[in-house]
Design a protein. Sequence first.
Length: 241
Amino acid sequence: MPQKKPNTALIYIAAMICLLAIGLFMFSKSDFFSVKDIQTTGLKNVSKDEVLKLMGTVKGENLFLTDTEAIAQKIKLHPLIAKVEVKKSLPGTLLLIIQERVPAALIFNNDGMVEVDSQGVILRFYQTWPQNDQPVLTGIQVPETIGPGQRLNDPLLDKGLLLIRQAPEGLLSRVGEINMASDRQVFLYLTTGTQVKLGQENQFADKLKLLNELLGSSEYKSMEKAIKYIDLTAGKPVLGR
């Protein structure tokens, strides 16, 4: 039985494929694919320099070997940063897509003001009034052991943040203070000095909508200066002079 002769064409093609694979592998390890540029999007309150310091030394690394998840975890250590996505762009660019935490309220504390986001995460401490105004919460204690980037687990804070989220557009600009009393009563103090009693409920949407409509009515505006308090604990406004 005659022996089959080796197919030289197939051998040649296989050799070329192997050489090409080796060449591509070596090329991927070359300086052509080293990280040369780092671009960021989404930064507003955090500087790019702060982000680069958290990342550590990345430039010069091979792009294919760069651990994007590890970089994202380092950047998320910043208290003002909520989410980070790191993408690679050939031949040598890293793109950082950053979502910052958004301030939602200020807690009036003994030593100044404490800024928190909508989840109760502490963002910054202020000794004086911050430039960017936010709804002010009082009656909440901030422990000395907690710092930026940590969540303040407090039912009163959760209740206050819920109120802020449920407030109709434009109402909070007329509120100077949201007081979370120790007996779980909630009081609003309008910028005019008028006190608003909301009661102990955890759902405020209906009462706040009613309050907003009341403050915008011509009847209320005609006697606004004489009103000392508005009682909404029963769901219907009772005006006190």
